[in-house]
Ligand binder design. Structure first.
Ligand SMILES: [Zn+2]
Ligand SMILES: [Zn+2]
Ligand SMILES: [Zn+2]
Ligand SMILES: [Zn+2]
Length: 285
């Protein structure tokens, strides 16, 4: 948080080529600081409050300080700082992800909304959905998957993967695996897992693209699994890792194999799961 803040301030001090048309931007630095809540240091949005001595405070902090101004200890009351709210309305500020490549500037009150959807915002770690809280850009996350989650990395746009499990009748602890493929200079996550779909135990394999949705749509992939002369084929479009692992799974956007079928494909006495999944990723022209 502190780092992002100082980057924004730095960007305001230093005129960047390409933003030359917006002269107002560089003279508003002082106002920008006034809009920082002195207690929590985040930017304030209406209603902005002030004490009778003029110390300002954001609405979140106002609830927390129990009617006592954190700056002068005076009784806070219920005074709104309309002037500052109006000044904020006239401001235009760069996106907080400017250093990551977003060069747009926004009216103060729509900046926050943009930043929640900015395509330059950081990605969540694609491993195990919400269990890992690491965020970063794609190269950072690729290294994180390799170093911290010990994920298998493969080069190439075709793959041939074996999943073996000795106790396939225990689906309760959704076992799942992740493999990352490097192809077309981009990275794709192949997920494989067991879960309970309604009453039916199933296995599911699907691909996620490490990048934005608009780019994910430029690719297609196919998955094949079979045995004993039968085969299931899935063709799809990888989903962006902006969509959580769970969201993709619950939308059933992937190759779904009923456990009975999976055990039949595995051959033998149905006591062990032995699936060979082959796949291919290609670019749609
Ligand atoms: Zn605050
Ligand atoms: Zn005060
Ligand atoms: Zn942005
Ligand atoms: Zn992680």
């Amino acid at each position: 948080m502190a780092m992002a803040k100082s980057e924004t301030a730095g960007a305001l001090n230093k005129p960047t080529p390409g933003l030359g048309g917006k002269h107002g931007l560089y003279s508003t630095n002082g106002v920008h600081e006034l809009l920082e809540c002195p207690v929590c240091t985040s930017l304030m949005y209406p209603p902005i409050h002030q004490c009778p001595n003029g110390h300002t405070l954001c609405s979140d902090c106002k609830v927390r300080v129990q009617n006592c101004c954190p700056t002068c200890r005076y009784e806070l009351g219920n005074i709104r700082c309309l002037a500052l709210e109006k000044v904020a309305e006239s401001l235009e500020l760069p996106c907080i992800y400017q250093s990551l490549g977003c060069h747009d500037i926004f009216p103060y009150y729509s900046k926050l909304k943009h930043e929640q959807h900015c395509r330059f915002r950081l990605y969540n770690c694609p491993y195990a959905g919400s269990e890992c809280s690491v965020t970063g850009d794609i190269p950072t996350l690729v290294n994180h998957l390799k170093d911290d989650h010990k994920v298998d990395m493969h080069d190439g746009c075709t793959f041939n993967h074996r999943y073996v499990k000795s106790n396939p009748h225990e689906v309760e602890n959704a076992t799942w695996m992740l493999t990352v493929f490097n192809c077309f200079g981009r990275q794709f996550c192949l997920h494989f897992e067991a879960f309970q779909m309604g009453m039916a135990p199933v296995y599911m394999a699907f691909l996620r693209f490490m990048g934005d949705d608009t780019e994910a749509k430029k690719f297609s992939y196919s998955l094949e699994v079979g045995g004993n002369g039968r085969k299931l084929i899935w063709q799809g479009i990888p989903r962006s890792i902006r969509d959580s692992h769970r969201k993709v799974r619950d939308s059933q956007d992937g190759l779904i194999i009923q456990r009975n079928m999976a055990l039949y494909f595995s051959g033998g006495d149905r006591q062990e799961l032995k699936l060979r999944i082959t796949g291919r990723i290609w670019k749609e022209e």
